[in-house]
Write a protein that binds this ligand. Sequence first.
Ligand SMILES: Nc1ncnc2c1ncn2[C@@H]1O[C@H](COP(=O)(O)OP(=O)(O)O[C@H]2O[C@H](CO)[C@@H](O)[C@H](O)[C@H]2O)[C@@H](O)[C@H]1O
Length: 486
Amino acid sequence: MIAATPIHVLSVVSEIFPFVKTGGLADVAGALPAALAPENVRTVTLIPGYPDVMAALRDVSPILAVDDLFGGPARLLHGRARQLELIVIDAPHLYDRPGNPYMAADGRDWPDNAIRFGALGLMAARLGAGEVPAFRPDVLHAHDWQAGLSAAYLRYRFERRPRTVMTVHNLAFQGLFPASLLSALALPPPAFSIDGVEFHGEIGFLKAGLALSDWITTVSPTYAAEIRTREFGMGLDGLLRGRTERLSGILNGIDDTVWNPGRDPLIAATFDARRIAPRIANKAELKKRMGLATDDALLFGVVSRLTWQKGLDMLVEVLPTLLATGSQLVVLGSGERNLQQAFLDAARIHPGRVACVIGYDEALAHLIQAGADALLMPSRFEPCGLSQMCALRYGTVPVVSHVGGLVDTVIDCNDMAIAEGVGTGIQFRPTIGMLEAAVLRATALWRNGKVWRRVQRNAMRADVSWRRSARRYATLYRALMAERRR
Ligand SMILES: Nc1ncnc2c1ncn2[C@@H]1O[C@H](COP(=O)(O)OP(=O)(O)O[C@H]2O[C@H](CO)[C@@H](O)[C@H](O)[C@H]2O)[C@@H](O)[C@H]1O
């Protein structure tokens, strides 16, 4: 049933698939608008005008001109890019730079990131405050630290306020900048308080969003609980405990039109839960492309950013055990230099058994999901995780640590789950010893072909779509609007 009144949401975000992506944030920002449409929610996404976004924009109309946005003229452009409705901040002095949205080619953050993303928050607030009559959002939905200041500008500079939601995709990135930038960011002195943007003597973009938004969400129920503990709270647990009543976890989904093994143009052979056999052709193609030996071995895959969060340094330690069982490993990822090197070295030392591609490759990611037998994700923390959901959909049995959204999306194949026929993967506590044990469990399970196929089928039948979660966001938006009317 479609709720009667349409809701207008301004989604504020620093990256969006397929135009600019450094991580899962872009996938969520790109998929959620279409998932919300059937809930009668119209989502317009506010995004910086990076070159790739500007190039993709169609049906463009200027909706606001700004003489001076932190050092140069700017315009807000309304337009479309593929299925997405966008408002783009055309401010060449801030965003017309090549490559990564956050850092220069030398890997260092752009020195003016505070004002680049301050500008994102400020323009979001101006839209939220109703300065563009053609689009006055009911809800301003900010994602991660880059959008965190929107709630602060609304609080300290504007009268009209939409309802505000702050979603945390990763608490590790907090957007901390020197206090001396307060006036450069056009925030008044009272904003620099413990209830405002101040965080341990600095300006905290994420902290501001968490303190000043009407509601906080994070991307899984388990992570919503974890971030209120000292272990996972990254220094913000106290604030989050204080806002427990205004915090909830809504699980991510994946775009099941992009990730559909039944019609995926990027894989060698399509398949589905009733017809798993063609996976073999994908495994053969993957091995061929990666130069892996053709013997009948369990092939583990990794598709990931290579960072401490993802725990892949532990996988390097466990590699001798993995190889001793006769298994193979294929890694696709990029990130920390020492980790990249460790996997490149492993591939060199173990030709035919370990293969590694450093870089970002959407097509290869699909082939790994379709051709590997199991996907490894030994994350130390994981707000939600998308790779394991793609793996479930493609019957690549996820072998994941017992944290965050991995807890909420994978059912561990313990004896009970196997007896009941409900397991979809393997979980372990993120330590080297437990990862090693999990690799051995996966091997034993794989050797029992009948049980393995059952697990694959269960995995492929798990609901990893956005449908349920989109309904939860829509319900949240409506509840927040109802609060205002009371
Ligand atoms: N080299 C490569 N080539 C091709 N594809 C690659 C790739 N490296 C990664 N990817 C893909 O990018 C996506 C990454 O999303 P994740 O959710 O797994 O992690 P991320 O930590 O970036 O996101 C953060 O935000 C998301 C969204 O909320 C949370 O799910 C997550 O827990 C949180 O850490 C996955 O779909 C993955 O397959």
